[in-house]
Design a protein around this ligand. Sequence first.
Ligand code: MBD
Ligand code: FE
Length: 276
Amino acid sequence: MPDPDDATASRIRTLVEDFEQVLFEFIRKRQINHSEYRVATDLIVDSIKTGEETLLFDVFFEAEATDVGNIGREGSPEAIEGPFYLPGAPMLTGPLHVMPQREDEKGEPLLFHGTVLGVDGEPLAGVEVDLWHADADGLYSNIHPNTPDFNLRGRFTTEDDGTFRVLSILPPPYEIPKDGPTGKVLRALGRHFFRPAHLHVKLRHPDHEEMTSQLYFKGGEYLDDDVAKGVRDGLVIALHTVEDPARIAENGLDRPYIDARYDFVLVPASAARKPT
Ligand code: MBD
Ligand code: FE
């Protein structure tokens, strides 16, 4: 077996040299002079300094890298993580989990549920589901101002039969921050700033590979015109309004809610990635 550090070093060398070459060619081809070069580096620095974190890169390139990761993947498809994930979200108690939310959280109630399975079709118990999404005003907690800490961010684990159920609110289409450097670039390109409504999720289990996904809703706006180009078949789920009083009461609600279901399939942790 070759030393993994050697393999990593060689991979880094290949990638950096290739990237260097691609940019040399681009600079020559487009006759980029020093002031244009500096505009570009300032843009990247400003996007980070102004708190956009990875927004600029994620909007333009993350979906492409995610697609590469999905090639030949046996589990459910992964999707872009985006710039606004936060580790350490509150652990919720079940079996009906309720996402951290304001007392009078705006938006239609959403019941998101499903089963987590292995590639063999066996349900997986004890999978940690880490869910985060925007509020009804399109704001992510701890990112946008005036949002409660960890609002609409929560973690919970699947039951013995692999199922999970969580109550939240239906997020609306989402407008990415447009007043900073990333917005400036998109405006110059004549693009809009919207993403279709979506839920972000990460799943973790000791014997399986961690996965990151995102779910979109059938019939929603911007599914075909996502500024981050992140929508893929198989990640767009149906929404059903539930008006049956018994089912409403069963979920501790007092008004009709929206039901959304999705089953995840995790791939086993590959031997190479298992901690030694
Ligand atoms: C988001 O919420 C998001 O999911 C992506 C990909 C980019 C910006 C904001
Ligand atoms: Fe998002």
